[in-house]
Design a protein around this ligand. Structure first.
Ligand code: HEM
Length: 502
């Protein structure tokens, strides 16, 4: 009996050790096995990304789940496609995922990521975010710039009326709306009226930016193959594009410096003035260089223009396809601004139908469908999976806005779903994140919404709208274009009927 007991006692510790090891092994296997589509050697899953990655990633997530790991070249990339996983990344572990990967296009265009949007998380990012929010993007500053919006929207309305009366009545709304957002941003940031030539140059540069920022450069996926970007000329193209930005921004800065020297405009009226004052303020410990100023200016103009334009353009097209909704918006705005010449900002808070339309457009057509890429600063556990440090993260806001669990008839345009006003885009409802969430949430929400609301309200106050003859609603192509910001691919031509004349 005693020897048997001794043997059992001797065998017990190794037995328990074995059980523990088996358990640990199964946990670690579970931790490592993030769902992942089959991959090819070397390129991994790169071949599964189409030119509209939010769409191809949505399809892949239906098969592999809301948290999946793709191997993009040599870069492990976590793709997040459900509200609960997005919440884990942008709320529970927000700090871990608060940084951005350093991508070739942003390094070259934005002076080694000296802007806000692509800066890695840290002290520099915190300081410039504070400068931009305090001096340009906070509610108080947005109100300060209301004269710019009102003036530019009034000019747009007159321009539409003029074109409609002189041509065959058809107006290219895509061009009109693009100019509007470009003018509002440039007047607030650069403080200068645009010549037609400068505006064209800027709009072109901004559009090209959004394409270059998602272009596949070898260096981003195979760091040792940078020479291929040089060989195929894509790096040269990027540098030439960056030089165009640089000389344009330099011109704007030099104009401001000259004006300040001549004592023309001593009170700070636009964002460049503020930045120049900060640069010259010897009392502050944080001194901005010229390159940093250019990076921040570029960020503000590029981040604000195409995104706000996309919302305006998609709104017009959705309303023309949904005449009953358009009628509701028109009746509402015409009742609220009855007897006035134009809609002013004081009227906007009462336009609940218009606000619901804008929210629905942001759900169905989020202008930045994959948000901006993030990168983990340290190892982290999401659900049962271990996400190692320096994993790239893409959050598919486009897919999340179409999640059937949260949205009834998710592919339909139904602004009335927002009329109760419960769901907002301020980063608290993770099934609706067109502006992102957490520390890196878009700081331009008040700025963007105020342009979009004022422009749409006036467009529907002053005009009735129809399609040019020979074009039906069914024939409108709703495809989105490639880029960091996805605008509609086709241009939108409409016929405005001036209700103030008829
Ligand atoms: C409807 C218009 C807009 C949309 C849909 C939009 C959307 C977004 C999104 C999705 C992000 C990334 C958030 C994340 O990573 O979680 C972002 C970041 C950013 N947006 Fe916007 N945006 C808009 C307008 C603007 C405007 C008007 C400005 C400035 C004038 C602006 C400036 C920025 C900046 C600087 C960032 C980077 C923030 C950071 O990384 O700290 N955006 N925006």
């Amino acid at each position: 009996m005693v020897p048997t007991l001794l043997v059992v006692l001797l065998l017990l510790p190794p037995f328990f050790l074995l059980i523990k090891r088996i358990k640990l092994k199964s946990i670690s296997r579970k931790i490592h096995l993030l769902p992942s589509p089959p991959r090819f050697p070397f390129i991994g899953n790169l071949h599964q990304l189409s030119s509209l990655p939010h769409r191809s990633l949505f399809e892949l997530s239906k098969k592999h789940g809301p948290l999946m790991l793709l191997q993009l070249g040599s870069i492990p990339t976590l793709v997040v496609s459900s509200p609960s996983s997005a919440q884990e990344i942008m709320r529970t572990h927000d700090l871990v995922f608060a940084s951005r990967p350093s991508l070739k296009a942003s390094r070259i265009l934005l002076y080694n990521n000296s802007d806000m949007a692509f800066a890695s998380y840290g002290d520099y990012w915190r300081k410039i975010r504070k400068i931009c929010v305090t001096n340009l993007l906070c509610l108080k500053q947005v109100q300060f710039f209301s004269h710019v919006r009102l003036e530019e929207v009034s000019l747009m309305i007159e321009k539409i009326a003029r074109i409609a009366s002189t041509s065959n009545g058809v107006v290219c709304m895509t061009e009109i709306l693009n100019s509007l957002t470009c003018d509002v941003l440039c007047n607030s940031v650069l403080g200068s009226s645009m010549t037609e030539e400068r505006r064209k140059l800027l709009c072109g540069l901004i559009r090209k930016n959004t394409v270059l920022l998602v272009q596949l450069f070898f260096e981003d996926y195979f760091p040792r193959l940078r020479w291929l970007d040089v060989f195929f000329g894509s790096e040269g193209k990027l540098r030439r594009h960056s030089q165009k930005w640089d000389s344009l921004l330099r011109e704007f800065i030099e104009e401001h410096v000259r004006r300040l020297k001549e004592g023309e405009n001593t009170s700070s009226s636009d964002f460049i003035d503020v930045m120049l004052q900060l640069k010259n303020d010897t009392g502050t410990a944080f001194v901005l260089t010229n390159e940093q100023i250019k990076a921040i200016l570029l960020d503000m103009i590029a981040a604000g223009t195409d995104t706000s334009f996309a919302v305006l353009d998609w709104s017009m097209v959705e309303l023309i396809r949904n005449p009953l909704v358009m009628k509701k918006v028109q009746d509402e705005v015409r009742a609220i601004a009855h007897g006035e010449e134009k809609v002013r900002e004081e009227h906007l808070s009462k336009l609940s139908n218009l606000k619901a339309v804008i929210k629905e457009v942001l759900r169905l057509h989020p202008p930045v469908p994959l948000l901006l890429p993030r990168e983990s600063l340290q190892d982290c556990q999401i659900q049962e999976y271990n996400i190692p440090k320096e994993t790239r993260v893409l959050i598919n806001a486009w897919a999340i806005g179409r999640d059937e669990v949260y949205w009834k008839e998710p592919h339909e345009f139904k602004p009335e779903r927002f009329l109760s006003g419960d769901v907002d885009y301020k980063g608290n409802d993770f099934h609706y994140i067109p502006f992102g969430a957490g520390r890196r949430i878009c700081p331009g929400i008040p700025f963007a919404i105020s342009i979009v609301e004022l422009a749409l309200a006036n467009l529907f106050f002053r005009f009735d709208w129809k399609l040019p003859s020979g074009i039906s609603c069914e024939s409108i192509i709703m495809d989105d274009s490639m880029g960091l910001t996805t605008t509609r691919r086709e241009k939108l031509d409409l016929v405005p009927l001036d209700v103030h004349i008829t």
